[in-house]
Design a protein around this ligand. Sequence first.
Ligand code: NDP
Ligand code: OXD
Length: 314
Amino acid sequence: MTILFAAPEFDADAWRRRIAAVAGGRAIAVEGSDAYDPAAIRYALVWQPPAGLLAALPNLEAIFNLGAGVDRLMADTTLPDVPIVRVVDPNLTGRMTEWVTLQVLTHQRSALAFLARQKAHEWVEEASPAASAVRVGIMGLGELGRDAVEVLVRLGFQVAGWSRSARTVPGIETHSGAAGLDAFLARTDILVVLLPLTDETRGILNAGLFAKLARDGALGGPVLINAGRGGLQVEADILAALDAGVLKAASLDVFGTEPLPATSPLWERDDVVITPHVAAISDPSALCRGIVAQIEAHERGEELKHVVDRALGY
Ligand code: NDP
Ligand code: OXD
């Protein structure tokens, strides 16, 4: 029984050591470095593996995606019919909540305006409404969205959430589906996006959606915060909405093309915070421990957890 590691962008030697440290003597093969028998592979740990690779493993029992989002993996139309397990990890969830909270507070406390004043050596009291006066709307009430809700509610923000299916989340108003979207947007000053990229959500952050956000809020205009996936957003529409004042500002961790090209006009803007897809960098050792624990449970006959619903795409 061999575990295959196939993540061309990652440091293969470091990952081999991490997996070996917890794999209890199981054989490990690294795609691109090691010769291996495809029939020996039972489990594959992958991040953006070469298309077709997994289909060539006749005895594969599970695919472990080394990230929470599976959109890139699911784009491989040859994927074999075995469970796909995605990352759900308290460390990753906590890191995302840190990033979301940082961005929400940045906009609520006028941090961009204060930085500009500092550069100009200007002692000016910028308006900064209390959290209780600001309405945050979270698109995506999954593992990440629900954790961010808890912290933002604790800070005093008026929080609402939107999901595909109807959800009850303590302490917040919830909306769901296409029918619930407009009411959710109409009460939202800061829109936090923690959606997966699927056929249904691609391009959802567009001019039409931005126009439906609240215009009467304490921040003087709506703010977009996206850490879901770049494919959710239409970047030309974000730029146009910022220029037209339909959006006041944005914080973006994800982009249609990553790395964000140096020529992107987003770089130039002082109303946009850019981070390079680092909102929730996973702790690799924690991921390896979690995956090997799942393999052990699977070998005891237990069900795998955090299995992707292929029909839904997340
Ligand atoms: P989950 O699968 O736990 O939650 C997804 C949420 O999105 C659910 O509430 C789901 O609704 C909702 N959703 C999905 N499709 C739709 C739709 N069509 N309409 C409305 N709501 C929808 O995912 P996670 O919270 O773990 O992660 C979310 C995403 O965050 C990942 O897919 C990934 O793309 C991104 N991510 C980004 C990282 C970064 O560093 N920037 C790091 C980690 C993840 P329902 O509850 O009804 O199922
Ligand atoms: C992701 C991740 O899905 O880093 O972006 O987990």
